[in-house]
Design a protein around this ligand. Structure first.
Ligand code: HSE
Length: 304
């Protein structure tokens, strides 16, 4: 009646696919340990320095575990110890890792009674607590691994996509961008000409992943709706994007709601060059930063 899991960080949106596309990363990830209890309660321990709330009502994993207890019924509860390695507010799916990890951890202890759609529904309760809105573009790749498309959340329609061999470089400049704020500043209306460009790019990106067509992926990594608004919150964004593309990256942009920036590359050598460029830019600007060079995680939440 115990289980230990690894819950991966994720890159949501994948530039043009706001709220509908995402991929899982091999690094960073959280570790979560669960124990089944015999009364309906949730106990949370944090084994990290982020000082996240331990009140289940206020904790992303806590609300998901409470919902799992309600859904399962009976005299069950969970004790969870969370070792968070994905920094909250990084844009790397930190809240999704807690929410999805909680849903999968509970499910493992309950004999795998929930379907994937139900796990995503449960985990979205945590995302809502974190960002104010239900969205599944981080949760779904976190649970399933790889690259996923959320065609719809009402009704739930998840489409796992082919996962080309790509390297992912991520820079996390240590400034805070709250997802709720980064959503608030978005315009609610879109011009038809921009919508046409955007859906062309989304279709191109999905086709590029399915056909393993790197040139098509590269051409499609463009966002004319969200990025122009949000990138203002991220110092150095335009420079990072331009220089990384010049160094041979296929492209990239804001990871989730930021401030992290990700770039996809065909080779590890290019991904390392990209990391060097990111470090040089943020060192020059004088912003502390952390850089990951990693690959796409094809397993999702897993038992360790
Ligand atoms: N799709 C979400 C957003 C991901 O960009 O706001 C952040 O959690």
């Amino acid at each position: 009646n115990q289980v230990k899991i690894k819950s991966p960080g994720t890159v949501a949106n994948l530039v043009c696919g706001f709220d509908i596309l995402g991929l899982a990363l091999n690094d960073p990830y959280d570790i979560m340990e669960f124990r089944l209890l015999d009364e309906p309660q949730v106990i949370i321990h944090n084994r990290d320095h982020f000082e996240l709330p331990t009140d289940p009502e206020q904790n992303v994993a806590g609300v998901v575990l409470q919902a799992a207890i309600e859904k399962a019924g009976g005299n069950i509860g969970f004790e969870v110890t969370i070792e968070k390695r994905i920094k909250p507010g990084s844009g790397l799916g930190s809240s999704a890792a807690s929410a999805a990890g909680a849903a999968v951890g509970a499910n493992l202890l309950l004999g795998n009674r929930f379907s994937t759609d139900e796990l995503v529904q449960l985990a979205m309760i945590g995302e809502k607590l974190a960002s104010g809105v239900k969205h599944a573009d981080n949760i779904t790749p976190c649970i399933l691994g790889g690259i996923t498309l959320i065609r719809s959340i009402y009704p739930m329609d998840i489409v796992p996509l082919a996962t080309p061999d790509l390297f992912v470089t991520v820079v996390h400049p240590q400034i805070e961008v709250r997802t709720a704020d980064a959503r608030q500043i978005l315009k609610q209306k879109v011009l038809l000409k921009d919508a046409i460009k955007q859906w062309g790019n989304i279709a191109g990106l999905v086709a590029g992943f399915m056909r393993n067509d790197k040139a098509l992926i590269s051409r499609s990594l463009e966002d004319v709706i969200i990025e122009p608004v949000r990138s203002i919150l991220i110092p150095g964004f335009d420079e990072v994007k331009q220089q990384c593309r010049e160094a041979g990256a296929l492209g990239g942009g804001i990871s989730g709601s930021g401030p992290s920036i990700f770039m996809l590359s065909e080779t590890e050598a290019i991904a390392q060059d990209v990391a060097g460029i990111m470090k040089a830019i943020y060192s020059r600007i004088g912003i502390d930063h952390y850089v990951y060079v990693t690959t796409i995680n094809n397993r999702g939440v897993e038992v360790v």
